[in-house]
Design a protein around this ligand. Structure first.
Ligand code: SF4
Length: 212
């Protein structure tokens, strides 16, 4: 995908959805961090169902620590890997209390030092909470980046670096959401919906799929 196609690709996605947002439900930076931590290998829909049970009871580091691992588990057991996620969430909450005054830190280094928080989760928090132009490469973005020719790479990190280098600055803050939503609803894993794709003329993927 050349620079002209990349520009048209993002103009089209922006025109269709000028203010994209995360589909995870949250009302504070800590809730966002917790929801993203719980979302590894789980759908946003399943995480929202669990956090609708968990957050009314515990939505601050102090309340999560007070609830404890078993208490958290009881509210999130419908999500995959819930035991490990409960353990990480409580450990993360404890570190926030002990080292960050109960606040979610704004630096990548401090975020990635939290249990269960890797580069992808840190990127989401930096982008969604503070508007930083990061690009968290999840399964959807990895696929779209490779399939379209926008940011081919063998690893999520390679794709992320290409995206950061190739996405024009005016789209950098929202690109992460546009790419996830495009991958989730149009450029789907098993069969991309090329016949219904608004950016088909910018995309290198061949042959394009048809409705049949
Ligand atoms: S044309 Fe097809 S492969 Fe390309 S972005 Fe659209 S859905 Fe994905």
């Amino acid at each position: 995908m050349n620079a002209d196609a990349i520009q048209r690709f993002f103009v089209t996605l922006r025109d269709a959805n000028p203010q994209p947002a995360s589909e995870l439900e949250y009302s504070s930076v800590f809730e966002l961090l917790a929801a993203v931590l719980l979302s590894a290998q789980a759908t946003d829909v399943s995480v929202n169902k669990a956090t609708r049970r968990l957050f009314p009871i515990a939505n601050t580091p102090a309340r999560i620590v007070a609830l404890g691992v078993e208490g958290v588990e009881a509210h999130i057991r419908t999500i995959g890997l819930f035991r490990n996620k409960a353990k990480n969430l409580v450990a993360t909450a404890r570190i926030l209390l002990e080292q960050h005054g109960g606040q979610v830190p704004r630096s990548r280094e401090a975020l990635e030092a939290l249990p269960g928080v890797g580069r992808k989760t840190a990127n989401v928090v930096l982008n969604v909470a503070w508007g930083e132009p990061t690009c968290a490469v999840d399964t959807h973005i990895f696929r779209v980046g490779n399939r379209t020719g926008l940011a081919p790479g063998r690893t999520p990190y390679e794709v992320e670096m290409k995206l950061l280098a190739r996405i024009p600055a005016e789209f950098a803050k929202d690109a992460h959401h546009w790419l996830i939503l495009h991958g989730r609803y149009v450029c789907q894993a098993r069969k991309p919906r090329c016949q219904a794709c608004a950016v088909a003329d910018c995309c290198d993927f061949q042959p394009k799929t048809t409705a049949s």
